[in-house]
Write a protein that binds this ligand. Structure first.
Ligand code: ATP
Ligand code: MG
Length: 415
């Protein structure tokens, strides 16, 4: 019996992969406009990195991590997200020594043991960005603007931006207590998970999808109404900078995010088109994370985009690559000439296809059609002796006679 792949781990096949390349190229192009550089981080890290940064009482650390003990008795985890690794690297290599401001992006696979469904897999891919060293809310507005710019470049109307503030170590604990007091009288409505994390992570009840939790949190106090002066100023300024550059957003005071390290500005790009998998990208500020991981007290902010979900939103678009030219050949001699011309044109930078088997003209033209070649050139004995052949533009239907030389053909197909 043939061996199959593992559930939740997908192949990205030709036909689909062109869309991924387009998404990745767009991210690189847009992020580099904002001064970001790529960083490549390993897939495997010490388990402690994630338990300490993401938090022990989060879904990711509690139940989703691919962790194991390796042959050297080390506890290791296949990264469930990128921020912790990027910050580990930033600290380890003292990237802050010259300038605390680092602007980094990464892309690659992440691993979480979740129930696979549309838009949710066990190996999935993120494109992420992290900006460190700036407290000023212009950077919050810039990060959100860059993220919106990326989706606009892809030509997508969805998703849209939602923002919130989760406060800081000064105001969040106070708010947490008042939320806990509020929930105390409604405990019987909360789902099992929310009851369990009432002590460790009570905010999760605010964005829990269970009907009872929605009921229980109706009228609950909101973090936004309980921010300290510093956090409140920061949020107001972030909004005013977003307004100043015309970046659209909506406030969602129930957004909690599933990771402990977030402070102040948090955000999601949401869509109604993917069912329960509504977040296409998410992120926030993490002013305490770098020091928590043993580095200096340096603030940061970042996000991660879920590539599979972006690809689903781009489902309708056609990304198939089209060769410049298909050369159809009749007879052995012409077949050899077609091969030579193809190779010469490829070396000159043009994409060309032939039919390797040199089947009937009809089946060769079917193949040209399948490739959606922009031009076709048909050569047989007559053409070889004349030294010219008809070149057909497959989009316009027009036809011209070209010399059977790579340069002349290149000029005709590339203009
Ligand atoms: P969700 O609420 O959908 O579980 P999350 O809050 O766990 O998302 P983050 O950890 O913030 O997600 O990751 C950022 C983005 O990565 C998400 O918005 C989503 O687009 C994508 N993502 C997260 N988990 C998965 C997964 N298992 N499969 C595919 N994409 C995912
Ligand atoms: Mg999740």
């Amino acid at each position: 019996m043939a061996i199959t792949g593992i559930k939740g781990f997908n192949d990205i096949l030709p036909g689909e992969v062109e869309k991924w390349q387009y998404i990745e190229a767009t991210a690189r192009r847009v992020f580099e406009l904002y001064g970001l550089s790529e960083i490549r981080i390993p897939i495997l890290e010490k388990t402690e990195l994630f338990s300490r940064s993401i938090g022990d009482a989060t879904d990711i650390v509690e139940k989703e991590m691919y962790s194991f003990v390796d042959k050297g008795e080390n506890r290791v985890t296949m990264r469930p997200e990128g921020t912790a690794s990027v910050m580990r690297s930033y600290i380890e290599h003292k990237l802050y020594a010259q300038d605390p401001v680092a602007r980094l992006y990464y892309m690659g696979p992440m691993f979480r043991y979740e129930r696979p469904q549309k838009g949710r897999y066990r190996q999935f891919h993120q494109i992420g960005a992290e900006l460190t060293g700036v407290t000023d809310p212009t950077v919050d507005a810039q990060v959100l603007t860059m993220l919106s710019h990326f989706f606009a470049e892809l030509g997508l109307d969805e998703p849209s931006l939602e923002i919130n503030s989760l406060g800081c170590p000064e105001c969040r604990p106070v708010y947490r207590e008042s939320l806990k007091n509020f929930l105390l009288t409604r405990m019987e409505l909360l789902c099992e998970d929310c009851v369990r994390r009432y002590e460790t992570n009570p905010l999760r009840a605010l964005d829990c999808k269970a009907a009872g939790c929605k009921e229980a949190t109706k009228g609950a106090p909101a973090m936004l109404d309980n921010l300290c002066q510093g956090c409140s100023d920061h949020f107001e300024k972030t909004k005013s900078y977003l307004d100043a550059v015309g970046t659209k957003y909506r406030i969602n005071e129930r957004m909690v995010r599933g990771l402990d390290y977030y402070t102040r500005t948090t955000f999601e790009m949401v869509t109604s088109l993917l069912g329960a998998q509504s977040a296409v990208a998410a992120g926030g500020r993490y002013d305490g994370l770098i020091s928590e991981l043993g580095g200096p007290q340096i603030p940061g902010i970042g996000f991660a985009i879920g590539v599979e979900r972006v690809a689903l939103l781009l489902a309708e678009k056609d990304f198939a690559r089209r060769p410049d030219l298909f050369i159809a050949a009749m007879g052995e001699v012409a077949h050899g000439r077609a091969f030579q011309l193809m190779t010469a044109l490829q070396r000159l930078g043009s994409s060309v296809e032939i039919d390797y088997e040199g089947k009937s003209l009809k089946s060769q033209l079917r193949r040209a059609d399948k490739f959606k070649a922009r031009y076709t050139l048909i050569i047989g004995e007559d053409e070889l002796s004349k030294g010219t052949a008809p070149l057909k533009n497959m989009d316009g239907g027009t036809q011209e006679e070209v010399a059977l030389e790579a340069e002349a053909i290149l000029k005709a197909v590339k203009g």
